[in-house]
Ligand binder design. Sequence first.
Ligand code: NAI
Length: 255
Amino acid sequence: MTSIFDLSGKSALITGASSGIGSHFAETLTQAGANVVLASRRTRRLKKRAKELKNPHTEISWVQLDVTNRDSVEAAFHETATLFGRIDIVVNNAGIASQGLALETTERTWDDVIATNLKGVWLVAQQAGQHMAADSRGGTIINIASILGRRVMGGVAPYAAAKAAVEHLTRVLAYEWARHSIRVNAIAPGYIVTDMNRDYLESPLGEKAKLKIPQKRFGRPEDLDGPLLLLASDASSYMTGSTIVADGGHLQSSM
Ligand code: NAI
């Protein structure tokens, strides 16, 4: 029996695919049968990852992409559409962390985080929407939000504000683009160990933070595979504007 999560014949673009969650998602979507383009700034890593994922059943490629730059976003979509004909799935995953208490956060830090984590998500989503709306088949856009868009902690003001905005943008775009058969949903992960946070999560402070998670463990990128495949596939055909939280219960705990 064919799986309801089967992505055979679909094409996907993943931003921020040179490391962490995005690099892992490339494998997940490939294994589900999709043709995948890995997009990010670090092309050497993309090339290496594309080579690792090469297989006889699906197409894997890569494009250089800076999500903060409109020309770069347009060029990446153009290249992907030329390669695969059309783009069915876009995972809006690229992001950067921010550190530092709000009283000391510089304008530069604020601008950098908002440019990548909010404007970048918007530029990629808009470009995806324009491609998908060009024919009646539509598509699915998956934005990567964060539980920090919902819960409060110190030292992450621009990051948390951007992630809260990504969830709301997800709802607005879902509402506007349903008429084009485009679904827009989000995943809000809890703490997943990646390059972005490994130093902190593996420190004594991180060990303390772990105890606040009801499941008493940090997540792995694989913990997001279920939400990803659900939102990427027709299994979620009646879902749009939703955010799936995958956090080991973290949002339910007190600080
Ligand atoms: P990561 O640092 O391993 O990956 C981020 C990726 O985004 C990298 O490939 C990086 O090169 C890329 N990137 C950054 N700026 C870019 C730009 N301007 N243009 C194109 N690519 C750019 O971190 P991780 O953890 O894999 O993060 C992926 C997403 O998941 C981010 O949006 C992050 O905010 C989100 N997230 C991560 C959590 C975690 O605990 N690791 C928790 C909640 C959300």
